[in-house]
Design a protein around this ligand. Structure first.
Ligand code: BDR
Ligand code: CA
Length: 320
């Protein structure tokens, strides 16, 4: 059976690139996208996801809406820094038409739970935003808790955070949810800043997409150029933008792109280190390591795959 994939996106710019990577990967079948809040509010994440799928001619992929905020909070507002990096609309102020279709009636949590029931270990779920929806699925179903396989973008083990000195953006939104995920699931791969900040893109690459002269090529180039510009302000030392979310999708499809360390992880939920992803001292001597944390990445191999796959995908869209 072709392995199944579900993405859980807070559809900003690198989430859009992650979605494109999944659409361009014949090794897996993308059976659905669940949407969460983070870079944008959840309704905008749904809107962007549906519109991008339509742009790439993939109206067969169903889209589901998840919770709009962390359980510990009453509401969610996009942080200024998120709007600066991803634009007010989440996709670098680039305008693409709304999709003709609507989000599914089934909730994201029900879809995730049903999919784990149906596909078991044939399914990998790739969350690239806050862990809120995953935590809700864990609480909803023991089958999900015992059987879900996750390759997540988030956290930082060997490097500082990107929102606070301790905390990476996705974890920062809902530390309790990621902590529950690390403590409950048996099969989590963490693709954190340790590796995602070693996979950078520059305008040398986005120019190639623009030169394709297609709607898909223009979209990918325009959103990524916006993201590269933001990185020039927020992280000028990097010399490019971090391909956080696409690396998680690529590692889910080809685990050989990263080397991992087995660790029983937790998230600090109190005090100044709130949001830190770190080994759980209470489970240090447990020989079963439930998380694999990526600490090395084949940067060249990933970037080659990334450019090749997204270029083939964009080439197949209408000429503009
Ligand atoms: C993560 O935070 C979001 O802004 C990005 O989409 C990515 O998932 C990087 O810290
Ligand atoms: Ca994201």
């Amino acid at each position: 059976m072709t392995p199944k994939l579900i993405l859980d996106l807070d559809t900003g710019i690198d989430d859009a690139l992650a979605l494109a990577y999944a659409l361009a990967s014949p090794e897996v079948e993308l059976i659905g996208v669940t949407c969460t809040y983070g870079n944008v509010v959840v309704e905008q994440s749904v809107r962007n996801t549906l519109a991008i799928l339509e742009l790439f001619g993939r109206t067969d992929v169903p889209v589901f809406e998840g919770p709009g905020h962390a359980r510990a909070k009453d509401s969610f507002e996009v942080q200024e820094i998120s709007a600066f990096i991803h634009g007010q609309n989440g996709i670098g102020e680039v305008e693409i038409p709304d999709a003709a279709r609507q989000v599914e009636q089934t909730s994201a949590v029900d879809f995730l739970v049903d999919s784990v029931h149906k596909y078991g270990d044939e399914l990998v779920i790739v969350p690239t935003g806050p862990s809120t929806t995953i935590a809700a699925a864990i609480e909803a179903s023991n089958v999900f808790r015992d059987g879900a396989q996750i390759v997540m973008m988030g956290g930082a083990l060997t490097v500082p955070g990107n929102v606070t000195a301790w905390s990476e953006a996705n974890i920062h939104q809902d530390p309790e949810a990621t902590d529950l995920m690390f403590r409950s699931l048996r099969n989590v791969t963490m693709i954190g800043l340790d590796v995602t900040l070693q996979t950078l893109l520059t305008t040398a690459e986005t120019t190639k997409w623009a030169e394709l002269g297609t709607a898909g090529g223009a979209f990918l180039a325009d959103i990524t150029n916006y993201y590269i510009d933001a990185y020039k302000t927020t992280s000028p030392h990097l010399g490019g933008c971090g391909l956080h979310d696409p690396l998680a999708v690529a590692a889910a499809i080809n685990p050989g792109l990263v080397d991992t360390l087995g660790v029983n992880m937790k998230v600090d939920t109190e005090g100044e280190t709130r949001g830190r992803t770190i080994g759980d001292e209470a489970r240090l001597n447990d020989p079963d390591k439930h998380a694999a944390v990526a600490v090395r990445v084949d940067t060249t191999g990933f970037l080659l795959e990334f450019m090749h796959r997204l270029s083939v995908l964009a080439q197949a869209t209408p000429v503009v």
